[in-house]
Design a protein around this ligand. Sequence first.
Ligand code: C2E
Ligand code: SIN
Ligand code: SIN
Ligand code: FE
Ligand code: FE
Length: 363
Amino acid sequence: MGDCNTNNILKLLFSYMPKIAEERKMDGLLILMADLGRSLVGADRCSLWLVDEQKSELWTKVAHGVAELRIPSNLGFVGYTLNSGESLCIKDAYEDSRFDSRSDLKTNYHTKSVLTVPLKNSEGRIIGVFQAINKKEPPYYFSSQDIEYLSLTAVYSEKTIESALLTKELEETQAEILYMLGEVSEHRSKETADHVMRVAACCYKMACYFGLSEYEANQIRLAAPLHDLGKVGIPDAILQKTGKFTPEEYEVMKTHTVLGHHLLRNSSRKLLQLAAEMAIGHHEHWNGSGYPSGLSGEKIPLSSRICAVADVFDALMSTRCYKEAWSEDMVKDFFIKQRNSQFQKELVDILLSHWDEFIEIYK
Ligand code: C2E
Ligand code: SIN
Ligand code: SIN
Ligand code: FE
Ligand code: FE
């Protein structure tokens, strides 16, 4: 692990989420990706190089601190990664024969440590290279963890570019990025790594059967990964406790709902507003016995009512650090008992009458 602990990384990711959601232009989104990449790996500069096929050149689509640069596409570390598809992690550029120091001369800069990762499109073809230069903190060179972080931003950047080429809605790409960031956040507690995906899939299915439009159901699916965003603010000692909570610990844990809402509510993007609504409402109960507000019935937004069923279904079916997985029959009995008390009866009926399909998502 580099100089950032997991919590700082999460805070960083989440600080970028609203910005990513607000951005309306591809170029702006790519600059954000370069900024995010630079912060994640603690580099002085980050640049995104793209291939100009006609001229056999690489050019900087985004670069910190410099105007557009162009280099022959077989030159330097960037050229090496472009042609080999390999990531490079270099401690001292001037001691490596692959280094092309002309960019340094041109920009009056001293390159020391370098990290390069390829940008692959969905067909696996390399369309560019993401590069970080000069790790700012000791040991002043990048780690294998940094390669992973930069690869993550490379994936987002590629998606952004691809969506522009396919004239796909940028909003859809942003949603995908948020989805992936939500996933990253869930890796904090390893046992819930797939939780996010399954809850999203269950929410979508339930929303469709409830009669929402394809568009609305999809919005809920995309916002669902952020329902536990507020857990970033919960201390690890509580989040990862292997035993049962004390009442005090449970009270702290409950604040993840309000916290997630605070993190998301200021966005003007519809998708994030929906996520904010689900973050604060997913532990409310149909009969009013839930938290944080004790709302009941249809005062709880439908998105939250759906998320509540999906979330608990997944929690009960899974092993958690504090509980064993329940058997299918026990889970079914639980939902039958909570029909019309913890959960809206129509939603439980959907779960029960399409039981095998929901179990399928789970497997
Ligand atoms: P989670 O593990 O994903 O559980 C989500 C929700 O599923 C819970 O919300 C609860 O409504 C339901 N659930 C999970 N396990 C059980 C169970 O054994 N019995 C019943 N009746 N319901 C269950 P809740 O209780 O508000 O908890 C929210 C989150 O707080 C949980 O998410 C988990 O991360 C954490 N948590 C809750 N209780 C404990 C605990 O005793 N120890 C630890 N370490 N974490 C806990
Ligand atoms: C290189 O990667 O060796 C040249 C590109 C640069 O850092 O400006
Ligand atoms: C989870 O671990 O993601 C579920 C916990 C919750 O819903 O609060
Ligand atoms: Fe939750
Ligand atoms: Fe959850």
